[in-house]
Design a protein around this ligand. Structure first.
Ligand SMILES: C[S@@+](CC[C@H](N)C(=O)[O-])C[C@H]1O[C@@H](n2cnc3c(N)ncnc32)[C@H](O)[C@@H]1O
Length: 248
């Protein structure tokens, strides 16, 4: 790591082959550009695969991990439903905050829970707060199992982080939003897929097929939900406009 000399009136010059962009480093726009560059560069270096939470890999940027901690602590839900289990780190993160709160459980849904991940999650000290459901998150049978696991809980927090195509996320948003009562939160992760199609190993199709498009379509039909910007206030996030709050 190294430090750069960056006094008050320094500018950032972005030369991307179009019109060069120059912005003040310490301006609002400079913060936005730096944050956006960090997201692109960190995605290029695959930094979202680095964190672990209480021993389990969690596929999130550290700022999103802090946001999720704050959100769970604030909402104090009876049940957290998460689609996209992977190694189980996000389930363990949610379960760890619920453990400190003293109540609640996490329901994790994944189309394929690999045996070594299942064993590690089931052997984790927080396993008593975690239920696992295997199946596609948008299949009727899976959602029926999720509803059964939620039971008569009234405070439910949902986080969607499975297949990141627009069609899949939109279907998840339509289904899982039915679990959210006024004042509750629905999180659609990884909208930043729309922002990393242009990085060296990005996929051009991400430009038009991503969770952000699903969020915009969902919000256009569901005025009861709106983006709560406080959870992405660090500028660095994989989930821009992804923290949705249900109004009254
Ligand atoms: C990005 S990872 C989840 C990361 C995890 N939430 C975390 O923060 O560590 C995406 C997961 O979604 C799962 N997945 C893909 N398609 C799915 C579907 N149709 N239904 C449920 N899960 C799916 C994959 O198997 C994979 O484990």
């Amino acid at each position: 790591m190294r430090n750069y000399y960056v006094p008050k009136d320094s500018t950032l010059l972005l030369n991307n082959g179009d019109e060069p962009v120059a912005v003040g480093v310490y301006s609002e726009e400079g913060f936005e550009l730096l944050s956006n560059l960090w997201i692109k560069s960190a995605a290029h270096h695959r930094l979202m695969y680095e964190p672990t939470w209480l021993g389990r890999p969690i596929i999130q940027f550290p700022t999103d991990i802090v946001a999720i901690q704050e959100l769970v602590w604030k909402v104090r839900p009876d049940v957290i439903v998460e689609t996209g289990v992977a190694h189980g780190g996000s389930l363990v993160l949610s379960a760890s905050i619920l453990e400190l709160i003293g109540h609640g459980k996490v329901v994790g849904v994944d189309i394929e829970i690999r045996p070594h991940n299942r064993s590690a999650i089931e052997a984790h000290p927080l396993a008593h707060r975690i239920d696992l459901i295997e199946g596609s998150s948008i299949s009727p049978d899976t959602f029926k199992a999720v509803r059964a696991a939620v039971g008569d809980a009234t405070s439910v927090l949902v986080m969607l982080d499975s297949n990141h195509s627009e069609a899949h996320v939109l279907a998840e948003l339509e289904l899982y939003s039915s679990l959210i009562l006024p004042g509750g939160y629905l999180v659609a992760h990884d909208g930043a897929q729309a922002w990393v199609w242009d990085i060296p190993n990005g996929k051009p199709e991400w430009k038009d097929d991503n969770p952000l498009g699903a969020i915009h379509k969902f919000l256009a039909c569901h005025p009861e939900f709106s983006v709560d910007p406080q959870w992405t206030r660090w500028g660095i996030t994989s989930s821009p406009q992804g923290f949705l709050k249900r109004g009254d």
